[in-house]
Design a protein around this ligand. Structure first.
Ligand code: TXA
Ligand code: MG
Length: 324
């Protein structure tokens, strides 16, 4: 059992402690603009293996590699496709992950044995300073999945990280509440027509616009209707709270269902569903956790329209509602 330190990401001395822990092969919870990640030095295979053990995640599920800038991303790819360059320039730093073929320097422990690597440049100020400090110590990047137990709700605060992983990780670096609240959008840039693997913090419409402006097509998965088969780790049941989740496209149907459950004396909660999709996504995971904490048996969720961030919110709610 490890004692998990809580470090203040805005205090220089505590940020240096976080850097020391990573350089020595430890694993720590780190803030990004999307969700908190569970990070290790991407060049240290022993440290990487600790991530899978702490999360209870199969080692075949690849991790996202987080780097400081586009130059660093180019170095982990072979080749670096033109579509990746277009998207990196348009959306980095920010909630977009690009799938490219990996260069031989990148460990297969990061990529779950694959020849591709998922790479992104986060925009969170604390994360950027962490990466800058690590670069001075010779670390190329941080591999990090979301800092939750495998299959459960992603963390959007340091407190959420501790709720899942206290005693299992060396530290959590507190950078406040995540501003985006859902994971990054993942785009496969190894194909002639780039393809959406996971909807997330950058709207698919924006990705399409950036690609089309440079003469590329974009496959947003709407033809197949699902992306689970493509992105490993994107299981149908994922992001799930303890309570059962039921989703509704219509508020009147949701209200009827609530009345029915109340009559049956079921402990039911309605997930807050702000009309502003930025607010909805920012609070989504915290709200699911709060419903659980209040002892809900059933959570009723209103699906937002399938546009902009609504697409990522619908994806996460649908997965939270899937049979387990
Ligand atoms: O916003 C985010 O992306 C957050 C923060 C921490 O950066 N990270 C995150 O990581 O959501 P995780 O592990 O929960 O999800 C990463 C997903 C994997 O489940 C998989 O679907 C995809 O990224 N992925 C990573 N590497 C891949 C690869 N080589 N090939 C295909 N998919 C990959
Ligand atoms: Mg995750």
């Amino acid at each position: 059992m490890t004692r998990t330190l809580t470090l203040d990401g805005r205090a220089d001395a505590e940020l240096r402690t976080a850097i020391d822990i990573i350089v020595r092969g430890g694993i720590i919870g780190v803030p990004t603009e999307t969700v908190y990640g569970l990070a290790a030095d991407a060049g240290n295979e022993d440290a990487l293996r600790k991530i899978f053990a702490a999360k209870g995640r199969p080692e075949s599920h690849p991790l996202i590699l987080h780097v400081a800038d586009v130059d660093s991303a180019r170095r982990v790819a072979n080749p670096w496709p033109h579509a990746a360059e277009v998207l990196a320039r348009a959306f980095w730093p920010g909630p977009l992950t690009l799938l490219v073929n990996r260069s031989s320097e990148i460990s297969k422990v990061v990529t779950g044995g694959r020849d591709t690597v998922a790479v992104r440049v986060p925009s969170h100020a604390v994360f950027a300073r962490l990466l800058a400090g690590l670069a001075e110590r010779g670390c190329v990047g941080l591999a990090a999945p979301s800092a939750n137990k495998f299959g459960s709700v992603s963390p959007t605060s340091a407190r959420h990280v501790l709720a899942d992983l206290d005693g299992l990780i060396d530290a959590v670096l507190d950078g406040g509440e995540c501003s985006v609240g859902v994971e990054s959008t993942i785009v496969d840039c190894t194909l002639a027509v780039p393809r959406l693997l996971r909807p997330g913090g950058v709207a698919a419409e924006s990705v399409r616009a950036a690609l089309v402006a440079e003469g590329f097509g974009f496959d947003d998965g709407s033809d197949v209707g699902h992306t689970e088969a493509i992105a490993p780790g994107m299981l149908p049941s994922h992001y799930a709270p303890r309570a059962r989740v039921e989703t509704f496209a219509d508020i009147a149907e949701l209200a009827d269902r609530r009345d029915q459950l109340v009559r049956q004396a079921v402990n039911v909660e309605i997930l807050p569903h702000p009309e502003d999709l930025y607010e909805y996504s920012k609070r989504l995971y915290a709200s699911l956790r709060e419903c659980d904490a209040r002892g809900a048996n059933v959570i009723l969720a209103l699906l937002p329209p399938e546009e902009g961030l609504g697409r990522a919110i619908r994806d996460r709610l649908t997965k939270a509602a899937a049979d387990r």
